[in-house]
Design a binder for this molecule. Structure first.
Ligand code: TYC
Length: 109
């Protein structure tokens, strides 16, 4: 066992240069989707949105809606950019179609 250990990416030369391949993966940035309070959108509409767009249970949806109602803003979920963007559009579209002023935005975590 006198043979030097070989660098798997430098077969047989052992130049001492670090050549190990490390696939350069980056974790995606995450974005909070925020729901904003207003005085006009019905509570039931907000709860339905939270269930349909954000896959919340009835209990979680109600809790988030009440949090937004009492605090002015609340987090619906944290997603990658494209998913967050899609959910914001779904909320704003549904609100506009129902003629409610409900607003939804996203921010980088
Ligand atoms: N404040 C609204 C009401 O009293 C309810 C509401 C909750 C509206 C959350 C928007 O994001 C919202 N009818």
């Amino acid at each position: 066992m006198s043979e030097k250990k070989r660098d798997t990416n430098d077969p047989g030369r052992n130049t001492g240069v670090a050549t190990k391949v490390r696939p350069k993966t980056k974790r995606p940035s995450m974005y909070r989707v925020l729901l904003l309070n207003d005085d006009y959108t019905p509570m039931e509409f907000v709860v339905a949105i939270l269930q349909q767009v954000f896959n919340k249970s009835s209990e979680d949806a109600t809790r988030i809606m009440l949090h937004v109602h009492q605090n002015g803003v609340g987090v619906c979920g944290v997603y990658t950019y494209e998913v967050a963007e899609t959910k914001v559009v779904q909320v704003v579209d549904a609100a506009r179609r129902a003629q409610h002023p409900l607003q939804c935005t996203m921010e980088k975590v």
